[in-house]
Ligand binder design. Structure first.
Ligand SMILES: [Cu+2]
Length: 146
């Protein structure tokens, strides 16, 4: 508890803690003098930590489920998908013939995806990426990356 208290106080003193050894000594003196204040300060620091942790957990719960596109009967379903940079999206070939997922403007190209196989792509840059199957150009869809 004592080390946590000191850590909490040091963390709050950090912006004025840089610089000359004299200043650091001053900061240490402040630390000594403010000892009766330390428990609430440490409590506040811990509370801030918990709040930050809570926000992190909330954000993680907010992330969408892994995205998939089904290739079947010569179609991509859905024909439009939206992901964020860093998100992964998987195409699953449930058709009887191979297909590809090929961005017309570049950016990604799965190569042949055999029947029953899948291909996963992780978006690295934002943009609109219309894509097609090089074997069946009538197959058209678009991937939006935000
Ligand atoms: Cu195809």
């Amino acid at each position: 508890m004592k080390s946590a208290t000191i850590l909490g106080a040091r963390w709050l003193l950090l912006p004025s803690d840089r610089g000359s050894p004299g200043r650091q000594a001053h900061a240490m003196a402040m630390l000594q003098r403010s000892r009766p204040w330390n428990p609430p300060v440490a409590g506040l620091a811990m509370l801030l930590g918990l709040v930050t942790l809570g926000v992190g957990v909330a954000c993680r719960a907010d992330t969408p489920a892994p995205q998939t596109v089904i290739m079947d009967a010569g179609r991509y379903e859905p024909a439009a998908s939206t992901v964020r940079v860093g998100d992964a999206i998987t195409w699953i070939n449930k058709d009887l013939v191979p297909h590809t997922v090929t961005s017309q403007a570049g950016g990604f190209d799965s190569g042949a995806i055999a029947p029953g196989a899948s291909w996963t792509f992780t978006a690295t840059r934002p943009g609109e990426f219309p894509y097609t199957c090089t074997f069946h150009p009538i197959m058209q869809a678009v991937l939006h990356v935000r």
